[in-house]
Every structure is written in structure tokens, then in C-alpha cells.
Design a protein around this ligand. Sequence first.
Ligand SMILES: [Fe+2]
Length: 215
Amino acid sequence: MNGGRVLKVDFDYLALKLMKTYLNTILILSVLAFISFSGGQGGEPDSKSLKIQSKDSIAVNSWKITIPPTDEPGEPLHISGVVYSPDGKTPLDHTKIYVYHTDAFGYYKNEGDTVKHRLSNTLFTNEQGQYEIRTIRPGPYPKSNIPSHVHFIVFSDRYGKQHFELLFEGDPLISERMKQQSESEKSPYRIRQLLVKKDGILRCHFDIVLRNSGN
Ligand SMILES: [Fe+2]
């Protein structure tokens, strides 16, 4: 009988030992999985994964975009509107637009920048054809009489690539000739009002009606 009792104690000991080993294995695997998920080198994702995240966010939901970094000098400006087909009534959903403009001092990039347009971003209109842009008011080109403007390059599957330049009503640099040209559908110029709300943010409503063919 004594031998049987000793055997039972051994089974209990073995069961405890196995349980400890099992728990230790689970703990080690969890730690390894965490290190792998967080990049393995101090927890920071590398630039490649950041790039992928950025692309994904653009492709999935980007009808609202912000262009400048938070510390960008300049007056805050919000631009919003709807992209329409040439009938002026049918909203165009999921339409890609590349938007770019100068900084508050009229420059597209800083010295040494490799990018062509430092203040730029891409959006896709939502189901209702809407878009919203948070940015700063661009400055006119230095030593030039060209009014400040925002470039919109629309990429439509049906109507091709179309270029528009948003100018702001009341800008003294807008010539009479430009005003006349802006009335033509073929011209890239579109002049729109800038409104200042109580919050001090400049707002501009800019609906984009595409032409029948690209330019
Ligand atoms: Fe320009």
C-alpha cells in the first residue's frame, strides 16, 4: 500500500511540473508574438509599414483630407464641395483628386526638398461625391502678379484627367482677363468666395463640374 501512495505523490508532482512547463511555454510564445507584432526593434514600426498604412488610409476613406503639417504657418482654410458630371447634377463618387498649392509665402517647396509640391495630398470623393480639405491659405508666387490659387487635378474614369485652379474672389491680383476666362468652361480658372466664420477659419465652397472630355 505504501508503494501505491508514493506513486500517487509522484503523479501529483508530475502533473504540477507539466502545468508549470505548459504555462511557461504559453508565456514565452506570447512575449515572442508581442515582439514580432511591434517590430522587434524598440517597438517602432519601420518606414515601409508606415507607408503601407498611409496608402491604405488613402484608398479606404479619404474624402476628408488635411494637407499641411500642424505647425505650418498660415491662415487656416477649409475647402469643401461636390464633384459633378458635366450635367452639373450627377455627383461623382470615388473620384480621385490630387490637390496642391503654395505655402503662405508662395513657394511650392523648401530648398533641398525632393518633393515637387510640399503642400499636397490626394482624396477620393465619398458616395455623395463630396470632399473636404483642411489646409492653409496659399500665398501668391513671390515677385509675381499671379493670384494665389489651389490646383485640383481630377482623375475620372469616364471624363479623363481634368485640371482646375481655384482662385479667391476679391484677390487684387485677379485680372479682368482672368475673370473673363473663368467664365469659360474650358478655362482651368474658377473664382470662388472666401468666407470667415466666427471661429476665424476661412471657408470656401467649391463644386467641381467636369467637362465632357479631359484636358
Ligand atoms: Fe500654381
